[in-house]
Structure formats: C-alpha cells, structure tokens
Design a protein around this ligand. Structure first.
Ligand SMILES: C[S@@+](CC[C@H](N)C(=O)[O-])C[C@H]1O[C@@H](n2cnc3c(N)ncnc32)[C@H](O)[C@@H]1O
Length: 357
C-alpha cells in the first residue's frame, strides 16, 4: 500500500475509530516487520495523562456503539475464520507444543515455562471437571483439541466426548491428528438436546459470545445438562466499564466479538438457574508475553507462512492485550456452574492460591 494511502487511511480511522485503532492498523500495515523491542515498549509503556484521557474517551460512547453494532451484525463464523483460519502451522510457532492451547495458562511461578503453565492449566480444568468414563462431555470452542485429548487420556472414552468449533482448520487438525469427535457447529445458535450431557466446558470461547447472547446460551446449557451436571468455564470479561473504547480496538483482532462484564456473566448464570460454586482469577499477562517471545523467535518462519501483515498483527495483538490486563480493564476467570439452587459464596482467589472446592 502506498505511503500516501496509508497516511490518509490513518487520519480517517483516527476520526471514526479513535487513535489507538488507527495507530495499530497503521503499524500492522507496515511493509517491514515490526521491531520486537520497540513494538513491545510502544504498546506497554505508561502514557501521559492527556493521551490516556483521549484514548479512553474517543471515540465517544455513541460512536463506539454504532461501530460495534455494525460489526456485531455479521455472522459469528466471519470473525472466527478471520482470526483462526490463518494457518495451523503458524499457530504452532507460538503456542505450547503439547496442547496447542490458545488460552490463558496457569503459571505457578515466574520460572515456569509456557509448556509447564499450560500443563498446569489442563490439570486445573481436569480437577474442576472431574471427568469419568461413561460421562457425556462437550467442549464449546475446542480450538486444536488439547483439552479434549487430555480428557480422553483420563477417561479412554472417545464415544462420549465431543467438541464444537467454527474453524475449519482446527477441525481438519483434530480429525487428522487426534481422531476425536469434533464438528463445525456454532455453540451459540445450536439447539441442545435436553438433559443430554453430564459435563460441558469451555476454555477461551465465551469471549466470542456477545452480551445479548449470554443469558439465552446459559439457559440452553442449563437444560442440556443432566441433573447434577456441571459447566466449567475459563474466559476473560470486563472488570470495570461496560463497552470501553478498547472494544473498538479489539475489532482489529476479533471482529464481531464483544466482551461483557464479569458481573453480567455471573448474573446471567444465576438467572439461568446455575449455582456458582467456583470463581477464581488468573493473570493472562505471562501467557501473552510467552506467545510474543515464541513468535519473535520464529519470525522468519512466521513471515514465510502468513506474510508480514499477519506477523505484525499478532505482534501488535499480544502487547495490546497485555496492557488491557495490566490496567485491569479485564480479568481472566475460571468458573464452575452447577445445577439449580441458591448462590453459594463466590471464591476470589489469586494465581498460585487457587484451591479446588
Ligand atoms: C481462543 S480459542 C480457544 C480454543 C481452546 N479452547 C483452547 O483453550 O485452546 C476459541 C475457540 O472458540 C471457538 N468458537 C468461538 N465462537 C464459537 C462459536 N460460536 N461456536 C463454536 N466455536 C466457537 C473457536 O473456533 C476457537 O476454537
């Protein structure tokens, strides 16, 4: 793209989508790969109060909602394909080798590697889910199937285990590499058979469920579970403000997705009839930093696979989200929701101090 067109687009984007969106897009569209040190510093350094005020308040609320309404009008599969159907080999360059887990890991200490921390995460989810042979278990948004494989290793029960994704490349990977039962199904719009699952879980996929879809989805999942069944979730949600300006910037990376606040999720779960028996928080930042380092260390291979623009996009995505968590605009939660009843005391635990009730 010529320099003049890039500058024109940046000015236009600044007016419509705000300065952060346009700067990010300008940097991503650079014809040369971003410098890893400059880029990390650029997105994570403290901002002066005036800049901070502008980026938090522009575009104003009504413009934000207008932009987001237009983005959210598109089918879920459009945004999912844009983000996930790039190249499985590209994702392999920065995700952990064992699970290809594209969600927050559980670091127990700073010395742990991404591989250790993703293993800790799968162990933690296993402990929360407690899967048993013969139980019918469903994974909503199964990625490359790492958690399904983990459960299969425990139960040895392939027939009762299944997963949904909207990514054709993930589906192809799971079919050829893992031979597990996964389908291209939208878990938000699909109708579930009543009382058909013992356990349902979802890791890093509720972020794609739009606020106006959350209650209906939870109601459907509630009735899809057998009596005594449970829903285990890991996802990040907004901590403070509803619809902050960062949701517009987020459209660059996850078009058509919009986060809800954590209290909104909890309230919807109760309204759907669930009892919240576990709610712990974790820190997403070390995972994002590890993915960044892996990607930078595989720069040449990444550019060969997907080109400079997508390499630059992921190099921007990780520090932008790192800052989002640093500033506590969002937090990562792990939840266990169980059958009907009244709300029990909600746990709020810090990483390293998570206990399984
Ligand atoms: C961030 S990835 C997480 C993948 C995996 N659970 C993990 O931890 O590695 C999000 C996953 O959710 C899936 N997903 C998002 N929205 C979906 C929907 N409406 N229906 C089915 N799958 C969806 C994507 O295809 C992708 O597999």
């Amino acid at each position: 793209m010529s320099g003049l067109i890039r500058i024109f687009r940046t000015v236009l984007n600044t007016l419509t989508h705000g300065p952060l969106y346009s700067i990010a897009q300008h940097r991503i569209s650079s014809e040369v790969p971003l410098d890893p040190v400059e880029n990390w510093t650029f997105w994570t350094k403290p901002r002066n109060p005036i800049t901070e005020f502008v980026v938090r308040n522009y575009p104003p609320d009504f413009v934000r909602r207008h932009i987001l309404r237009a983005m959210l009008a598109q089918d879920h599969s459009v945004g999912i394909e844009l983000h996930y159907d790039i190249s499985n080999a590209f994702y392999k360059l920065f995700l952990d080798k064992e699970f290809m887990s594209y969600s927050c890991a559980y670091f127990l200490s700073e010395r742990e590697t991404l591989e250790d921390a993703q293993k800790n995460k799968t162990q933690l989810i296993l402990a929360l889910l407690n899967p048993k042979t013969g139980e019918k278990i469903l994974d909503l948004g199964c990625g490359w199937g790492g958690m399904l494989k983990c459960i299969y290793d425990v139960t040895g029960d392939r027939n009762n285990l299944s997963g949904y994704t909207l990514s054709k490349q993930q589906l192809a990977y799971i079919k050829s590499e893992l031979g597990l039962n996964v389908s291209l199904t939208n878990f938000i719009t699909v109708e579930y058979e009543e009382a058909s699952y013992d356990k349902i879980f979802s890791i890093g996929a509720m972020e794609h469920v739009r606020p106006n879809e959350i209650l209906r989805l939870l109601q459907k999942l509630y009735s899809a579970l057998k009596p005594g069944g449970k829903l285990v979730q890991q996802f990040f949600s907004l901590e403070k403000e509803e619809c902050p300006a960062s949701m517009v910037l987020g459209q660059l990376f996850f078009p058509g997705s919009l986060l809800a606040t954590h209290s909104f999720h909890l309230h919807a779960a109760e309204q759907a009839g669930f009892k919240i028996t576990h709610d712990s928080v974790d820190d997403y930042k070390p995972t994002l930093r590890a993915w960044y380092e892996n990607l930078v260390n595989n720069k040449e291979k990444a550019i060969d696979l997907v080109g400079v623009a997508i390499y630059n996009k992921y190099l921007s995505f990780f520090p932008i989200f790192w800052r989002f968590f640093k500033e506590e605009e969002a937090r990562l939660h792990r939840l266990v929701l169980e059958g009907s009843g009244t709300l029990r005391e909600v746990e709020r635990l810090l990483p390293g101090r998570t206990t399984i009730p």
